[in-house]
Structures are given as structure tokens and as C-alpha cells.
Design a protein around this ligand. Structure first.
Ligand code: FE2
Ligand code: FE2
Length: 221
């Protein structure tokens, strides 16, 4: 039987690991927006499209994880409910921008501008999460035990949902021809069909199971 003290230690460890995982996601996405800034949308249109598609998928996985699991836990830990309300509303705006981007092609005059605006918006949102929400959570009481495992397994499902062709790899590996092959092989249309977080939960799980295979094993490590 776990004692009160071991339970609370497990909860603190889980919370710290979750916050580190979310920060790593933020870092990856921010880096992608910086990479995009260095490119010429006309000259490097394929590379631009690959970055956009990968980033939209990464943002959708991250936002769904926060909405389904992290924000509800944060809500029960924090007295400042406005902070979570604002974060959820910001996610709604991010989704609107994502849907607009998905309806565009790289040839579209405003494609690069739209992606840059999404980047600026996400930077603002991340600043609030890392500057306000995470520090408050680190000081608050709450039961986080088990949530890290739940988020890790849900992430594997969501990656199958939004990045179904083996593109769920660290960004360092997304270079050269492999990146192009991965990004051009239908991931965007699959992501476009992805729908909302709730539908993703059911479908993604079933698809992840059906897919089986090596990728699935890797995600569970
Ligand atoms: Fe968020
Ligand atoms: Fe976040």
C-alpha cells in the first residue's frame, strides 16, 4: 500500500515530467517557426510546406493533450480558473488559424503570412503557459499521479491520428529527402480529416491498434 508520502512524491514527479514534456513540445514548435522565417516561400516552397504540415500536426497533438488531460488537472489544482479559461480560448483561436492554413496552398499569397501569425500567436500563448501557469502549478497542490503515463499513451494515439505515416520523429531527424517523403505522403489530408479532439480519441485509438507495428512499439517506450 502506498503511503500518503510516496503518493505525494509520485504526484510531484509526474507533474514535473509533464511540464518538461510540454516545454519540449513548445521548444520544438518555436524552433520550426524560426526555421520557417529563414526560408523563401517561393524558392523553398516544398520545404516550407513540409515545415507547415509537421508543425500543424505537432500543435494539434500538443493542444489536444492539454485540453483533454492537462488543463482539467490544472483546473482542479489552481484557484485561478481565469488562467485556464484564457488558455482554452487561445486554443480555439489557434484552431481557427490552423483550419485556415489547411484550406490554403503554398502558392497562396497569404500562406507564409498566415503561418507567421500563427507562430506569433503561439509564442504569446506559450509565454503565458511557461511564465504563469506552469510556475503556479509547481507551487499548487494537486494529484498528478498517473497522469504522465496517461498523457504518454494518449500522445501515441494522437500521433497516429495526426501523423499517420511515421513522421512522428524528433525534428532533428526530419531533414532532407526523408522529411519530404514523410510530409508529402498524405499526412496533411489525414490531418485535415482529423477533426476535433473528441473524435480523435476514439478513431485514433482504433487506428493505432490496427496499425500495430514497430512505430507503435517505439511510441510506448
Ligand atoms: Fe496551450
Ligand atoms: Fe502548451
Amino acid at each position: 500500500m502506498p503511503t500518503e508520502r510516496t503518493r505525494s512524491r509520485a504526484s510531484t514527479t509526474s507533474r514535473a515530467a509533464i511540464i518538461e514534456m510540454l516545454k519540449a513540445d513548445h521548444k520544438k514548435v518555436k524552433k520550426a517557426f524560426r526555421e520557417f522565417e529563414k526560408l523563401d516561400p517561393e524558392e523553398d516552397s516544398e520545404q516550407c510546406q513540409a515545415i507547415v504540415e509537421q508543425t500543424l500536426a505537432d500543435v494539434q497533438v500538443h493542444a489536444t493533450l492539454e485540453e483533454e488531460l492537462f488543463y482539467p488537472a490544472a483546473r482542479s489544482s489552481l484557484s485561478d480558473q481565469d488562467l485556464i479559461d484564457e488558455a482554452e480560448i487561445e486554443h480555439m483561436t489557434v484552431k481557427v488559424l490552423i483550419e485556415q492554413l489547411k484550406s490554403m496552398t503554398p502558392e497562396d499569397e497569404k500562406y507564409a503570412a498566415m503561418f507567421k501569425v500563427l507562430g506569433e500567436y503561439i509564442n504569446h500563448h506559450v509565454k503565458e503557459e511557461e511564465g504563469e501557469m506552469f510556475p503556479k502549478l509547481s507551487r499548487a497542490k494537486g494529484d498528478w499521479d498517473g497522469l504522465q503515463e496517461e498523457m504518454t499513451s494518449r500522445r501515441a494515439e494522437l500521433e497516429q491520428e495526426f501523423m499517420p505515416h511515421g513522421s512522428a520523429v524528433p525534428d532533428e531527424d526530419m531533414e532532407g529527402e526523408d522529411a519530404k517523403a514523410g510530409s508529402m505522403s498524405g499526412r496533411s489530408s489525414a490531418a485535415a480529416r482529423g477533426g476535433t479532439s473528441r473524435s480523435a480519441r476514439g478513431e485514433g485509438g482504433a487506428r493505432a491498434q490496427a496499425a500495430g507495428g514497430e512505430e507503435d512499439e517505439e511510441e510506448k517506450e
